[in-house]
Design a binder for this molecule. Structure first.
Ligand SMILES: CCCCCCCC/C=C\CCCCCCCC(=O)N[C@@H](CO)[C@H](O)/C=C/CCCCCCCCCCCCC
Ligand SMILES: [Ca+2]
Ligand SMILES: [Zn+2]
Length: 290
């Protein structure tokens, strides 16, 4: 049995031809198309810092899970000494970095690191942001009991992910589908036109991303026949855009339930006036209830 570190030890192999440009990088475009994760993660962490500090510092875990946390890991030697600047942060390296390692090596370890990081990214988002009205009835809308349940489910799922690795990504995409279901329910409830617009755009982006992902997995022979086997790289770029949109949408939905007397303003980086921009939220002035 090959080592879990060995190149191509994963049962999963994406459509892009292997080792086209280098003997060290199995899937060149699938590896380097993860770069957008390293842009959006730190940028969103910086832009949404005031909101994070008001809502919950645990959100840093979610942003860190999404973002690269250093040069190929913060344990790198920097200038000959250990770089421990990030040791105090609850770190598990993020999907973007692990996805790069996975596509570079197509190793079993790379696949499991990638998929487990995504699982805990989604779990942290669920535990912080899922509106209480969607909690299972037996929890009585108690968020700390719900978060404990999420942690238990995530620990069991982490163990189960080693049993049938080839279905992990399908299961994670099913969770993504549930997130879309939640935001569509909120779309129907809200009168906030800006929130509705954000949900329309992010749902379209997610649908295009998922279509790319599933096509790469199931229709590879067709794409290789027409010599276009880069749909998974397109998935990386599109799904990374759902992160800023998803954060803003969930922050707006959450604040309506959890911080009703606070106003969140949607801003667009780098300029509100630009036709295309990255959404983020700013804390508005508090509503003083008289
Ligand atoms: C109420 C719940 C709140 C949860 C909020 C979480 C929002 C997360 C947003 C984006 C997550 C991006 C994760 C990307 C993974 C990148 C690594 C990757 O591509 N891995 C592949 C192999 O390289 C692997 O095959 C992918 C597996 C499937 C990942 C499924 C991710 C689901 C993302 C759901 C996004 C919903 C966005 C909703 C917008 C309103
Ligand atoms: Ca391949
Ligand atoms: Zn990938």
């Amino acid at each position: 049995m090959p080592s879990v570190f060995a190149y191509q030890s994963s049962e999963v192999d994406w459509c892009e031809p292997n080792f086209q440009y280098s003997q060290l990088v199995a899937e060149f475009y699938n590896t380097f198309s993860n770069v957008t994760f390293f842009i959006f993660g730190p940028l969103m962490t910086f832009l949404m810092r005031p909101y994070i500090q008001q809502r919950s510092r645990y959100l840093y875990v979610l942003f860190v899970l999404f973002t690269v946390t250093g040069r190929w890991g913060h344990w790198d030697r920097v200038g000959g000494k250990r770089d421990n600047t990030l040791d105090h942060l609850p770190l598990s390296l993020p999907p973007g970095l692990f996805s790069m390692y996975f596509h570079m090596t197509l190793s079993f370890l790379g696949q499991m690191l990638d998929e487990i990081a995504i699982l805990w990214l989604l779990a942290s988002g669920y535990s912080i942001w899922l509106p209480r009205c969607y909690f299972p009835a037996f929890l009585g809308q108690n968020r700390s009991r719900y978060s404990s349940l999420i942690i238990i489910i995530s620990l069991v799922s982490t163990f189960l992910s080693f049993l049938r690795p080839t279905i992990n990504a399908y299961a994670l995409n099913a969770i993504g589908l549930h997130i879309i279901y939640i935001v569509v329910q909120e779309y129907k409830k809200t009168k906030n036109k800006e929130l509705q617009h954000l949900i329309e755009v992010s749902t379209l982006i997610w649908a295009l991303a998922f279509t790319s992902w599933i096509s790469d997995r199931l229709l590879c022979s067709f794409w290789q026949w027409i010599n276009f086997s880069y749909l998974h790289s397109i998935w990386h770029v599109l799904i990374s855009f759902t992160f800023p949109y998803g954060m803003v949408i969930l922050a707006l939905v959450d604040s309506a339930y959890e911080m009703p007397n606070k106003t969140l303003k949607v801003r667009y980086w780098p300029r509100d006036t630009w036709p295309m921009g990255l959404p983020y939220v700013e804390m508005g002035d508090d509503h003083k209830s008289c």
